[in-house]
Design a binder for this molecule. Structure first.
Ligand code: MTE
Length: 243
């Protein structure tokens, strides 16, 4: 188990965010569903959890910085939330947003960063069975440093797509600009699917360091999930799918 090696830039830019992240208050926690939906609404996390069936899934997690872990998550398919949201036929993307509160998250006092953290998926990606909303890890409620009370896990994409501590899902017909894309679009794009053959501009993505071990292992296309997700990208070959 590894609860002490995290990326959560709202709190700090070292991997040791477990302590400062305890300042985050996760109840009450309200989630807004808006944009191109039949009727926008807000729902408290506990009411949301009453409406979904939780399951456990062991997922690989591959960070763009070339480290990896396997994590046993608890949660429910993002597809379930999309169904509850009742998006209009014209919606093509779901944009997700993290809380913004510089009084608890010191990183957010650095106003030159594009807070809040934003991520996005196409509706087709969001409704793929692998796209998972996480509420727990290692058999317990998910730790604050891991993105309590609700985070995303999209294991075929680099870890930065797996946005933490989500407060808003907005359905839209415009491709959302994610936090990292807004900061540095030369290095980070919208799709960010794992591909060992496409290096990051500053380092190779061919292999990964397994956190908690001395092991380095070859990185797999779509982080090993190609069978489930490769079909999502048919016809999109001209897009920048890998960074
Ligand atoms: N979500 C928010 N809100 N803020 C962040 O800094 N970091 C991302 C992603 N989600 C991040 C975030 C990155 S770069 C990674 S690799 C994963 O969270 C790390 O998840 P973990 O700390 O649970 O391993």
């Amino acid at each position: 188990m590894n609860l002490n090696y995290n990326n959560f830039y709202e709190f700090n830019m070292s991997k040791s965010v477990a302590k400062p992240a305890q300042a985050l208050k996760i109840r009450p926690w309200t989630i807004a569903i808006d944009g191109m939906v039949e009727k926008p609404f807000e729902i408290g996390i506990d009411d949301l959890l009453k409406q979904v069936a939780l399951e456990e899934r062991l997922y690989r997690h591959r960070c763009v910085e070339a480290w990896s872990m396997a994590i046993p998550w608890t949660g429910f398919p993002l597809a379930k939330l999309v169904e509850m949201a009742k998006p209009l036929g014209s919606a093509k993307y779901v944009r997700m947003e993290t809380f913004k509160d510089p009084t608890v998250a010191p990183g957010q006092r650095q106003t030159w960063y594009p807070w809040p953290y934003v991520e996005g998926l196409t509706i087709a990606e969001a409704t793929n069975d692998l796209a998972f909303l996480v509420t727990g890890a290692y058999g317990k409620p998910v730790a604050k440093q891991m993105g309590a009370p609700l985070r995303l896990a999209v294991p075929w994409k680099y870890g930065f797509k797996s946005i933490k501590s989500i407060v808003r899902f907005t359905f839209t017909d415009k491709q959302p600009k994610s936090y990292w894309e807004a900061l540095q679009s030369a290095e980070y794009g919208f799709w960010a699917n794992v591909n060992p053959k496409v290096p990051h501009p500053r380092w190779s993505q061919a292999s990964e360091r397994v956190i908690g071990t001395d092991e380095s292992r070859p990185t797999l296309l779509f982080n090993g999930y190609g069978e489930q997700v490769a079909g999502l990208y048919t016809g999109l070959e001209k897009e920048r799918l890998w960074t």
